[in-house]
Design a protein around this ligand. Structure first.
Ligand code: PLP
Length: 231
């Protein structure tokens, strides 16, 4: 695993350098769904500092086992409102906020434990019926609502594009998210909104993270390329 992780780190650095970006601006989120706690410990010992979980119950099971392991926990799966209270306790960043209702519940739960919860807005760039995420044109309205929530802090955007074998076919989805980031930055500045920032772009997985980096990703979510195929 150490070998695989160092290969991924090198590929991230090379992709960054190839487009004159600073490699340290890109964080690897090691996606650990179905990966047992002892493997996560091994990954942490091999240089992984951020892990991404997709299911609340699975994360809760592993969270206690991994007490003391120096990793930051990110949530990348679909979050049901009734699980918000558990998510707040574990995760430093929730990538997948896809409704005002969920943001509101996260705000309520975060307030209870005096936390400001960092979140990303999941955008449904492909306008896929089956996929969660806020449609691109509705993101400004989401932000207008979200500024009311004092215990959540928007840090950027996330996308899960449709699956294609060829990363070049995925590229336009990444560049759309990048363009949206730019537009939102401008309007935040002109509206004087300060507690929403657009610094993070969560995009790119095992098959396409290099293309995502070329298109501006700051968080690449990599599972299979580190831990092997999931059962
Ligand atoms: C599982 C998952 C990943 C990781 O996918 P790989 O192809 O294994 O790298 C990334 N993002 C999300 C949202 C996932 O659910």
């Amino acid at each position: 695993m150490k070998q695989k992780i160092s290969e991924i780190m090198n590929r991230v650095s090379e992709a960054a350098s190839s487009c004159s970006r600073k490699p340290e601006k890109i964080r690897i989120v090691a996606v650990t769904k179905t990966v047992p706690a002892e493997k996560i410990r091994e990954a942490a010992a091999s240089g992984i500092s951020v892990i991404g979980e997709s299911y609340i119950q699975e994360a809760r099971n592993k969270y206690d086992l991994l007490y003391g392991t120096p990793v930051s926990w990110h949530f990348i799966g679909h979050l049901q409102t009734n699980k918000a209270k558990y998510a707040i306790k574990m995760f430093d960043l929730i990538h997948s906020v896809d409704s005002v209702k969920l943001a509101e519940e996260l705000d309520i739960q975060a307030k209870k434990i005096n936390k400001v919860q960092n979140i990303l807005i999941q955008v449904n760039i492909g306008r896929e019926e089956t996929k969660s995420g806020i449609n691109e044109e509705d993101v400004p309205d989401f932000i207008k609502e979200a500024v009311r929530f004092q215990n959540i802090s928007v840090k950027g955007l996330m996308v899960i594009p449709p699956f294609f074998d060829d990363p070049e076919i995925v590229r336009p989805y990444f560049s759309s998210l990048f363009r949206l980031q730019g537009k939102l930055r401008n309007s935040l500045a002109s509206d004087g909104i300060k507690n929403v920032s657009m610094g993070e772009l969560s995009m790119g997985m095992s098959g396409d993270f290099e293309v995502a980096i070329e298109e501006g990703s700051t968080l690449v979510r990599i599972g299979t390329a580190i831990f092997g195929e999931r059962k």
